[in-house]
Write a protein that binds this ligand. Structure first.
Ligand code: ATP
Length: 222
């Protein structure tokens, strides 16, 4: 059976989630108080309804607890976002993802039981900052305040060298999780794997260690 999603709030963020889920063939209920927004998504989502999700009875009549995953993408109105989330938690929705506007909002949402809180502007800002500091960092995923996963592009410094020769684990305390070469992905590569310029290397480690490794082995002018 197809997974059932509901997206509350059809601004740029919620709208893009709704569109992407629909394109992936999921069943999506799109909800907004704004009729124009709902009309815009009527042909994209499986169903689109005008509703105020801060009203408990409205949520009940939509049968919201039967959805596998509900995304709350109400932006500016923090009070509505918190109230909606609280009611989704009370009604026992299994997976609730909420967009936070700021750190305080994020704290409250986590406290009241949101399963996942996202902060798209901040997270994208961190990613872009990493990308522009070093052009060899292709992508970046923060695991905690101290640990991350990064994608690095192999340049001349590591060309034709093996992982054991580069001694990444001992010298930098980082682990190479995978190497992407063209369309192939080599997961958990062996120590004698030879790197080639242009390979994408996916590394997990502490930020300070990744940073050291990046400077020594991947930071090239062009
Ligand atoms: P984005 O940057 O993603 O566009 P935003 O911060 O501009 O987000 P808003 O426009 O504030 O987000 O809110 C997103 C949508 O949520 C709006 O279309 C708004 O009508 C809708 N919305 C706000 N409150 C409610 C509510 N109580 N129930 C349902 N929808 C709501």
């Amino acid at each position: 059976m197809k997974k059932q999603f509901a997206v509350i709030g059809l601004g740029r963020f919620g709208g893009s989630i709704c569109k992407s889920l629909s394109e992936q063939g999921m069943e999506v209920l799109a909800i907004d108080t704004n009729e124009d927004k709902v009309n815009e998504f009527a042909s994209i989502a499986t169903h689109a309804v005008v509703a105020d999700t801060t009203e408990e009875n409205t949520l009940k009549s939509l049968g919201i607890r039967n959805f596998d995953h509900v995304v709350v993408a109400i932006g500016d109105n923090i009070q509505s976002s918190i109230l909606t989330t609280l009611m989704l938690v009370e009604q026992g929705v299994n997976h609730i993802t909420v967009k936070a506007q700021n750190d305080y909002h994020e704290k409250v949402l986590s406290k009241i039981g949101a399963h996942k809180v996202v902060h798209p502007e901040r997270d994208m800002g961190v990613r872009i900052a990493h990308n522009i500091v070093s052009k060899n960092v292709l992508d970046y995923l923060e695991l905690s305040d101290e640990y991350s996963i990064v994608e690095l592009e192999a340049g001349q410094t590591v060309n034709h060298r093996t992982l054991i020769d580069l001694d990444i684990r001992a010298k930098y305390g980082c682990n190479v999780m995978a190497i992407k070469r063209d369309e192939e992905i080599n997961v958990s590569p062996s120590a004698d794997e030879v790197l080639r310029q242009g390979d994408i290397i996916i590394v997990i480690g502490a930020d300070k260690d990744i940073s050291r490794m990046e400077k020594d082995l991947f930071d090239e002018d062009d």
